[in-house]
Design a protein around this ligand. Sequence first.
Ligand SMILES: Nc1ncnc2c1ncn2[C@@H]1O[C@H](COP(=O)(O)OP(=O)(O)OP(=O)(O)O)[C@@H](O)[C@H]1O
Length: 560
Amino acid sequence: MHAAARILIVEDEFAVAMELEDRLENLGYDVVGHELRGREAIQRAEETEPDLVLMDIRLDGRMDGIDAAQQIRTKLHVPVVFVTAYSDDETLERAKETAPFGYVIKPFEERELYASIEVALSTHALERRVARYRDDLRQILDGLNEGTAMTQSDGKLTFVSRSASHMLGKPPSALTDRDWTSALPFPDDTLAVLKRRMSNDSQTVVPVTIEHDDDTQVRLEVSVRRDPRDDSRHIFTFADVTDVHEMRRMLDEKTEFNDIVGKSEPMQQVFQEIRSVASVDATVLIHGETGTGKELVSRAIHDASSRHDGPFIPVNCAAMSKDLAASQLFGHRKGAFTGAVDDHEGYFEAADGGTLFLDEIGDVPLEVQRQLLRVLEERKITRLGETTSRPVDVRIIAATHRDLLEEVDAGNFRQDLLYRIRIARVELPPLRARRSDIPLLVRTFLRRGRATMGKDVERLSDDAMRHLLDYEWPGNVRELRNAVESALIRASGPTLEKEDLPPEIKHDGRISSTRSEPESEAERVRAALEQTNGNRTEAAQLLGISRATLYRRLDEYGIE
Ligand SMILES: Nc1ncnc2c1ncn2[C@@H]1O[C@H](COP(=O)(O)OP(=O)(O)OP(=O)(O)O)[C@@H](O)[C@H]1O
């Protein structure tokens, strides 16, 4: 029994109030007073802060018990039990709006009154406990480094923790009571990814960079999950990873140059060469097998050069028809030949002030090679059908997968042009000569593929990675990127399995024939260590060799 509960009586008939007071005291309650009118009742409640108010509905004065109860409830957290002779529907409806804790109809038994008071006191105690938990929870969420925001079922944000509001750069009042898609200051593609995460119940984090009003950039990782208490509502969590992101970016800078990924020795050398040729304006010849990134390198040189604000025009010479090559490169005048219906600007003029990338230069017809040489020497072009020349300020970067010296010997390429274009050279290694870049490239393509395809694939199984490391890669990085993308399409879980790989890679048929070559083997060992973060036991497992053999090979190849 709630012996010490303090009760305020509000009753307009003095005799009834006295009787009620007696009864309550008999039941062991402490009566803090009784009032006849609403106004005084409110005042007395404020002064005495009782545990419960017993309220008659009909009172002396202008204010009735329901109005008084209403005001007491908004000012104090005190439960009110109505004690009244009135139980008509209208009175009942009005009384309900004050969320009373009980309604006892006169005349009543003492036991009835006692039960109502006890139920009201315990319900109220329970409500207070729930409210305290809610406050505690909010305080805990507010104090966490991780930010939290909650939605109700229609998508409106109902709560945004202090740290979340700080990370998002907006006060909670600018975020709550609005649909999350318009409240969260994220770009459309991030909102779309979050929506997908919501519908397929995936909690993978979504990275996003936002800009605050003071122009500072903040990098966040956002995840969203269903509220376990009600699965039509959602809970967002935000982590501020700006510092980590910046550190990662600084580390990545070493492994990425203008989208060109590579950590291996040969690629580090390529990055160095790009930097040095970008600083001069000389013609460059890039040599490398198909798919090794010749165009990427050419763009990187342009971007790092003083011409970076000018145009970059890539031209695939292998795709130009023999007859039209000269007009495509140098332009023509209307009527210069049948079909020349208009004046036409060629690629050289289009690239004026910038860079012209002549891919597959080995495929340019001999006659056009002669004209090219002249343009490179004189820095002027003459459109077909015109007699006067125009000056052009263009840097040429040429690329080929052919051995141009052999082409010169075979009479397919002009020697003087070769000397002219290879003033600076960049040699791109085939992927099989830098297998240690494979894990990094795979991670990069997985990350990019995840973002564009919306698949939550995090990693590759060891078996799948072993096949990628063993494969010959005739199509080089392009083939690797295609393999990862097609595997992503097939993947059904968070891990890419061997079965998801294209057939030529997952079947052992074309596995490296150069396995026994020391260079290639050393690269495989480096790749395995890269994949396992230097863990030698796991690297040996990945390579399918014993730890002892791995140690012997590390020694043999001088790998630290
Ligand atoms: N080092 C690399 N890092 C990241 N992506 C690369 C790298 N090398 C090549 N790629 C990717 O492989 C594909 C082929 O690259 P690119 O077109 O530059 O090669 P290429 O040598 O010019 O090919 P081709 O000989 O067929 O013209 C592109 O999608 C490119 O993004």
